[in-house]
Design a protein around this ligand. Sequence first.
Ligand code: FES
Length: 287
Amino acid sequence: MTTTPEGVSLGMPQLPAPDYPDDVRARLERDAADVIARYPDSRSALLPLLHLMQSEEGHVTRTGIRFCAEVLGLTTAEVTAVATFYSMYRRRPSGDYQVGVCTNTLCAVMGGDAIFEALQDHLSVGNGETTGDGKVTLEHIECNAACDFAPVVMVNWEFFDNQTVDSAKRLVDDLRAGAPVAPTRGAPLCTFKDTARILAGFPDERPGAVEASGGAGSASLAGLRLARGETAPARVVHPRDGGPQDTPHDQVHEPSPAEHLSSHDAPHDTSASDPAHPAGPAAEEGE
Ligand code: FES
């Protein structure tokens, strides 16, 4: 039976989950204590603790759920309810790099559906599946509030803007080959487990990560400039092959409307979202 730290039985059967090795458990307990101490009510630490579990095993296992329940005085059912509600928590083993293709409305019509379909063929995996080398897990993702850079691909929640089928294929090839890969903006890339530890609230050790700008880009600010009566904004067209990271900013040409259409005006072939692998709650491990 699950018991609270005070020894009170909560009447819930324990999940049939193995224990962490003693050294791992001791380390996780120290980390968990750091997280719990940030909150006046310990149960408020559940979300970061689930990220901590992912930083250990790459996904939230039954062992991780039991650990969270034990250190927070919750039932495993309560922890499971949270872990299965939020899509950022994985219930199945997955790769070093979570490649999320936004197939929400704007990205979908801008090419996100085509990118997702092409990556499935290129990687021979479906939604939520991982390549045989354990490097890449491919997922549909919902809008990441980067619609002005559509279509967007996220790798471990870092932005890769204005993608094409070809640039997305190169991206996953580089990830699998261990080649240097830089997000379009924001902090440098790290593995999913390292990302999970940062999301649990531990210091971000990536060089330059703290200094990296999370500010709005020129595409996001175009409407604001227009509303302020500043010069008519040029439509923002980053190079779609190779990405803006390959081109010094002062060499990126931002044409006026009279010059040619923006990427948002350019028609793209789209396809229906993959009916064989619809986005949705992932099955639990072992199912
Ligand atoms: S629709 Fe893709 S980021 Fe908003």
